[in-house]
Design a protein around this ligand. Structure first.
Ligand SMILES: *Cc1c(COP(=O)(O)O)cnc(C)c1O
Length: 322
């Protein structure tokens, strides 16, 4: 695997690869929100991206860069979330065989969605088997290429294309709020923002319970934490990656945290006021801006809404309890 750090040039090439393939997602605003916050807020709606999350960008970019031999052998990913669906759809579009390794108790809807995109799902027992070992065994037996969810230069470059589009559309922004799990989205966004709008303060936002990124940023080294518990199920990673951390360390202004309660309030705001479904993880950046965890008054702010995939029964509970 190519393990050198990606650059803005890689983001530009990814955006050319994704042209006409990924949706150029809309940028929404709310004048009542702006009046209340005393700011101008631009929401980049990756909840309306293909598969319902930005992860299609990185997944497609990584698969499109494989050579013929790799394409013929196929790819493998381990994920029960948005990365699985991203790899499955991109593989179908590029006529590549995809194998997705999922826990046997993953929600049936997620398994069905991944299979619906034509991927082959291999289940493993979360309690007795290590998913990386399962994936590595498949790689060796079948010559598959592993597509990691965040720590890969082509995945990072693909994820950076959303902020590139946002900044091209809005012009200069004072600050950007980006959801943070393993850091693929944040590091790609930083490459784009640093090149296009170097004065923009870019913040990564994590769930309070899973603040490994904040600890790592402040300590200057990757800190690994125990499996966190939060409704932000797309940001429960235990550590940043060897490629994402150096970019975050170099260019991010800070890493912020928000509570599950703040995520629920944001989720409800999007449903009630903006008529859009945003999953809890997708609300991380918005919750930090709404609660002014970093300065927003008088500023032009970009907020990345990273995804909208949420089980409907859970969503209706979230709306009731917010
Ligand atoms: C994966 C994901 C994230 C976190 O992205 P990283 O690249 O791992 O930091 C945030 N929001 C949603 C909706 C996701 O699917």
């Amino acid at each position: 695997m190519n393990s050198s750090l990606p650059t803005y040039e890689d983001v530009v090439q990814a955006s050319q690869r994704l042209e006409g393939i990924a949706h150029r997602t809309p940028v929404l605003t709310s004048s009542s929100l702006d009046a209340g916050l005393g700011a101008q807020v631009f929401f980049k709606c990756e909840n309306l991206q293909r598969i319902g999350a930005f992860k299609f960008r990185g997944g497609y970019n990584a698969l499109a860069k494989l050579d013929n031999e790799q394409r013929q052998a196929g790819v493998v990913a381990f994920s029960s979330g948005n990365h699985a669906q991203a790899v499955a759809l991109a593989a179908r579009m590029l006529d590549i065989k995809a194998t997705i390794v999922m826990p046997h108790d993953a929600p049936a809807a997620k398994k069905a969605a991944t299979q619906g995109y034509g991927a082959h799902v291999v289940e493993y027992d979360r309690h007795n088997q290590d998913r990386e070992e399962v994936a590595h065994a498949l790689m060796q037996a079948q010559g598959l290429t592993l597509i990691p969810p965040f720590n890969h230069p082509d995945v990072i470059a693909g994820q950076g294309t959303a902020v590139k589009e946002l900044l091209e559309e809005t012009g200069g922004l004072d600050a950007l709020f980006i959801p943070l799990g393993g850091g693929g989205l944040l590091s790609g966004s930083l490459l784009a923002a640093h090149a296009i709008n170097p004065d923009c303060a870019v913040y990564g936002v994590e769930p309070e319970a899973g603040n490994d990124g904040q600890q790592s940023f402040r300590k200057g080294e990757v800190i690994r934490i125990a499996a966190p518990d939060s409704i932000a199920d797309g940001a429960l990673t235990q550590a940043l990656g060897s490629l994402t951390f150096p970019i975050i360390r170099q260019h991010a202004r800070d890493i912020l945290t928000v509570s599950d309660q703040q995520l629920l309030q944001a989720l409800r705001f999007f449903a009630e006021r903006m008529k859009i479904v945003v999953e809890p993880t997708g609300c991380l950046g918005a919750a930090a801006a709404f609660n002014e965890i970093a300065p927003v008054r008088g500023k032009r702010i970009g907020v990345l809404l990273s995804g909208g995939n949420v089980d409907l029964a859970a969503y209706s509970d979230y709306l009731k309890t917010a």
